[in-house]
Design a protein around this ligand. Sequence first.
Ligand SMILES: [Zn+2]
Ligand SMILES: [Zn+2]
Length: 635
Amino acid sequence: MENRCRLWRCVSLWSWSKIIIFHEDTSNGPEARLLRYVGSRSPVMGCHSEGHESLINKGTTLRGKSAEGLILNRSSSDSHDSAPTRVVVTCALPYANGEIHLGHVTSTYLPADIFVRFCRLNGVEAAFVCATDDFGTPILIAAEQDKKPPAQFVEYWNQRDLQDFGDLSINFDIFDRTSSKENIELTQHFFRRLYEKGHIYEQEILQPYCPRCQKFLPDRYVKGTCPYCEAVEQYSDSCERCGKAFQPGEIKDPHCAICGSKPEKRASEHFFLRLSEFTEPLRKWLLENDNLQPEVKNYVLNWIKEGLQDWDITRDIEWGVPVPLDRAKGKVLYGWFDNHLCYVSSTLKLTESRGIDGKAFWNSSTIFHFIGKDIVYHHYLFLPAMRIGVGEYKLPEFIPTRGHLLLQGGKFSKSRGWYVGLREFLDSFPADYLRYYLAAITPYSQSDVNFGWRDFQGRVNNELVANLGNFVHRTLTFIWSRFKGEIPRPDRFDDLDKEFQTRIEALSGQVGKELSRIELDRALKRILEFSDYCNQYFQRKQPWTNVEKATTCLYLSANAVRSLAILIEPFIPNSAEALWELLNLKGSAYEQDWDSISSLQISPGHSIRKPEVLFRRIEDSEIEKQIERLGPLKS
Ligand SMILES: [Zn+2]
Ligand SMILES: [Zn+2]
């Protein structure tokens, strides 16, 4: 199987135990593609594995044709001026303490992956970056419960997440970790710079301390009863049942989460970031950035109006980035101080290993941070404040923010059994079905969306199978059986044919416009409208009534199938490649140029492969099994 590392424009081929890496040399034109052997890597590693990078020549040009047609500025939708040629796309980091949540796939990882694929089809150079969030008390507690050292615990989840993402066809250029040497160094650098500039101050505070365990108990180390709904065994920061967030000391009947003892209060010296000082620069940045979603922006501007509180950025635990000051021994930085810096450190790691100036790469890219609405505060205030304070790495242009995912109308909850695991899902249905469904139901807004099992079945059966799949299959089987698998030579175009061609010509622009605005569900709707139109065209032309006169219909339909293969690549890449194979075209769907969607590139005489069904129907019994497994919704 051939696989490409897009950022580096090199080609890797799978073999038994390793991936053999070649360099692509197209200096003699794209037809004379030369594959030059440069080394090998293990198949389990991403393209960013060290063995790989060290083998790559420095100075090779990255992929980057002009990105004409890509519009990424919401405020100047019809101008091509703002089209970026280089993007850094990051996803909120999954905590390294459990399975990838379908909700996060919906709000963050899938939209980002679709967008990156679209950028690459447009020749935009993209660095697609993610990592596991390894530090913080939830991780430490989970590791203690698992009786594993935290470093070993997070190592397992990092590998597991990487595999799960891969199985969902989400392939980052780098999937690093916040506990990496590079991220620890960058985080300490940020702390030092902010400290030197006076943005960080020290203050003594009273912290819960367990006399029996002989340690401070930050955040989730204290459990107790919710003062609002009386739910027992809640963490001291918020209630899982009623959703209320608590102030420190507010929880009733506090006790140590490890041994159950009543904690006492002890004084501890903590470090605070003067977030309040950044009020004006943050307001200015928010008001001037037209790319941010207005509803999120207004929400954040209201917080600013209410006044920003300084942030306690240290914790009295051992698992974290050590505060880089001699007198702060035993203290680490709060997880939200270091985790988003991993967007930067992993981009630097990815680029610098290839001899590219990472900081220059970052600062000359258009930056996208894809997130869910639960971490708006951190990404719209905390993250930009830290970057403004240090002044070395530019702020994001886009922070695409999406809502929560509900399951059959109820909130996802693993503890209450109202839950579908990603692995569990992929064991029952193809990854593309999940990608398709989630992309179709998720708008570019903070609205919550609902995963409904019957809705999922309906979408797959009515849209993928009966609409898109039907047109593709009837076209290919007709060519296979009536034209011996060869694309026929078209006759003169009648009015219907001319209209069909006009529709094909408009496609790349119509769908591309939605995708470039990150309006992914709308783009998908346009694609389905087109394939619906294709079915109508085929029906009206009735090629089966007179095969001799059907040549134009099948010539145009085959070309529309090719356009569809590229159109669906960002959304359902496995189906796109399978379709590309059936069309027997050179290369892969993902290597094509987006603009070529609008031209008729399959010539008469081209032979296709024996058609196979792309999408299968989901039976009622499969859905009933899933609904039964969930049981009744408990509140
Ligand atoms: Zn409660
Ligand atoms: Zn204790």
